[in-house]
Design a protein around this ligand. Structure first.
Ligand code: GUN
Length: 302
């Protein structure tokens, strides 16, 4: 039987509806408006498109938002000054510096400069540590892993006691989703294996997975024989493999391919996310959720 297709687009829309109500309620009862700042240095086309999407979502939810676009040659010192300004601005509850940064800027120094309590990306070492400790300590989960957890839970897959195999060990997806899945509590409590470029017999590990999360950045890496029949497969890969003319706009748009051989895998898996329309729409939605959480914490709202 063909797999159920997990629509990130639909689940993201559901969560945004919930957030919209929450934001309206915060405004009405407490006069609090969530505030989000993005800082984009340069004009990397993928980054421009991501940042535009983030502001579109923020506007739809009724946030206060600032799109602070800066020139490619902005100095590191000036970027640090900007961050400091927003760290001190009480209207701003979330600060996001779009990555990658130009080569002359030290990414680590920049991420470390963001107030951990406004770090809605969850990339600051303090928030990485909070996630490791888990429970209530885990303040801002990084957006893509948090979105993956929501997709699994809202598709009705049981994580408790499940064999979860994560392919890839990046700081943005692989390591944090592995950590989230091994925490105690709802949507977690799994037995977690992480496989990576140093792993022998990657296929054998994947074949054991009740939930297979693939974030390797290698198009079509996971073959259908690697998948346990009925497994939940989450494909985080967004690989640009070419360009095509958009039917809607007539403009050239990238052709995207996931890390999983989708057409073959959907005949074996129980459920699978498509690319695009799977994990992608969830990332921005979880950024919005983190910003609402931050606004509530700053305002002392339960
Ligand atoms: N670049 C690509 N994805 C992301 C993200 O989630 N956050 C930031 N800050 N930069 C990115």
């Amino acid at each position: 039987m063909a797999a159920k297709i997990i629509s990130g687009t639909e689940i993201a829309a559901q969560i945004r509806e919930e957030l919209k109500k929450e934001v309206a309620d915060m405004k009405e009862k407490h006069g609090v408006v969530p505030g989000l700042v993005t800082i984009l240095v340069g004009k990397n086309p993928a980054s421009v498109s991501y940042v535009t999407g983030k502001h579109k979502a923020a506007d739809e939810l009724g946030f206060f938002s600032i799109q602070d676009d800066q020139p490619e040659d902005l100095s590191e010192a000036d970027l640090l000054k900007l961050i400091d300004k927003y760290n001190k601005d009480p209207k701003v509850h979330g600060i996001l510096v779009q990555l990658p940064l130009p080569k002359h800027i030290d990414e680590k120094r920049v991420l470390n400069a963001i107030d951990p309590d406004k770090d809605v990306d969850g990339f600051h070492p303090v928030n990485v540590g909070r996630l490791m400790i888990g429970g209530k300590e885990a303040k801002f989960l990084p957006c893509t892993p948090a979105g993956i957890q929501e997709l699994i839970v809202r598709s009705g897959f049981e994580t408790a006691g499940a064999e979860v195999v994560v392919v890839g060990r990046s700081n943005i997806v692989g390591k944090p989703i592995a950590n989230i899945m091994l925490q105690k509590g709802k949507g977690a409590n799994a037995t977690v294996t992480v496989v990576h470029t140093g792993t022998k017999n990657m296929d054998a590990h994947c074949k054991r997975a009740d939930i297979l999360i693939v974030a390797a950045g290698v198009p079509g890496l996971v073959k259908p024989e690697w998948i346990k029949p009925g497994a939940c497969v989450i494909d985080v890969g967004v690989n640009r493999v070419g360009e095509k003319k958009s039917e809607k706009t007539g403009k050239m748009v990238p052709i995207l391919k996931g890390d999983v051989d989708f057409d073959a895998a959907k005949e074996i898996a129980g459920a699978i996310t498509p690319v695009p329309g799977g994990v992608g729409p969830m990332t921005i939605t979880m950024l919005m959720k983190n910003t609402v959480k931050s606004a509530k914490t700053h305002a002392g709202i339960e």
